[in-house]
Design a protein around this ligand. Sequence first.
Ligand code: AMP
Length: 187
Amino acid sequence: MRLILLGPPGAGKGTQATFVAEKLKIPHISTGEILRQAIAQKTSVGIKAQAHIEAGELVPDHLIMALIRERLAKQDARVGWILDGFPRNLSQAQALEHILQILGNSYPFVVNFNVDTESLIKRMLQRGRQDDNENTIRRRLEVYQEQTSPLINFYRKRRCLININGSLSVMEVTCSLENALSLKSPT
Ligand code: AMP
């Protein structure tokens, strides 16, 4: 299965991606996590990405696309994947379509997490990551509205969008996600 998790920062994409990846035995690919590792290891990508992340802005597309191309070409990604935090804008989504065609991959399902802004801010402040201070959070939410939310329509038109209420508890969200993807084992 190929799955894209779409939704604002703090929507719980990472948490849900971990559960689903384990259940389906497919890799959970988080561009944010790859970038945080690159920063910790002080790689050239990490050094280039750091200021953008700390400002709550998107990292330039060419850096992200290089990471994604490399990651999706790996052996473990042949059986499927869950993308968490990618694509983040229309040009990334278009570039992904191209990669899928080249790799001959099936078209992904796209799960969109709807969460009200107040809960998002609360969750991010609780998480306490370096880029989770109040100014950066505000900017990340703006960037989501401006650049990422148009993807909802992009994937709706492709008829692969699944909407989930992400405001509920972690367990409830997992449950509705499993139902939507028909992952429930028969009881
Ligand atoms: P995340 O962990 O997905 O919230 O990502 C943390 C930060 O990494 C974001 O605020 C961006 O600065 C950067 N980032 C992650 N994924 C992408 C992407 N697909 N395109 C551009 N920047 C990204």
